[in-house]
Design a protein around this ligand. Sequence first.
Ligand SMILES: [Zn+2]
Length: 294
Amino acid sequence: MILWNNYRPLSEDFLKQHHDLVLYDVFHQVVGLLLYPLHCGCESTPCQCNLLREKINFSLNLDLYNSLEATHVKEIHEDSKFLIGAQVLLNIPQESFFQKNYSKAYPSWLIEKNFNEEEKNFKPVDQLTWALLRLCKTYQLSFLRETRTSISESLEVIFGNTPVKTKRHKNLQDSHGGEHFYKRQFKHYKSVCHFIAALQFMKKAKEDREPVLFSWDQADRIERFLSLSDWFKQKLLLLQTPNAKKKDVFLPEEILPLPSWVIAHDIDIRIEPFAKKLEEINAPYVEHLNAKCA
Ligand SMILES: [Zn+2]
């Protein structure tokens, strides 16, 4: 699959001049991918997800272009040049296109509504992503000094170790955000979980003084978001489950790449170990040492 390459025919100078617009365009593509992830497992055929992602990108780009048109004066040469550039970069078609296709649009108010509703799906994905990272840190800091983590053990940390599950309990779990729900959501959003973790991180760190979506003067926040996503992606690609058939928790093709110019810079996130789990792993060694010293 080809991602982020729509700018190829445009010169590097041009892209540098319009860097903010490139950021927005990439972000709008990410929004589409978050609402309709790859490997969607659609049961209806043919799958409409690709088309819906395109509509989302188009709709958000159009809103951005309209806001630019409102703040730039076409009669001023520099403004007019900028708008022509924006039209090319954001793929804004001629007006006659809108007359024919208006009814097929995916309006931005609906995108915003759907995005807000996705929040309940993003939370378990974010939680499990963090648990995978923290569990790995726990094993690294333990006597075992291992790079090791797994989805099942992470779920155990989140939900506690309750081996006996009644049928009622299981049903509750499925509908009310239990282990099965987490597993299902993680599988569905696996390719975009670095974007989800980055978004949630910005929310938690109160870096989202305003809504993450739909603000046209915050290109720096989109840059930060992409940077964070790249940081999470790099960390996730290092995760391993040593005893499993498939050792890598994430294969490179299972997680969406970022544009090549995105660099994870200026990021200082501490991954804390799970204190109780660390104690549990270390317990036999501590006991062994104590016996030796006694
Ligand atoms: Zn689909």
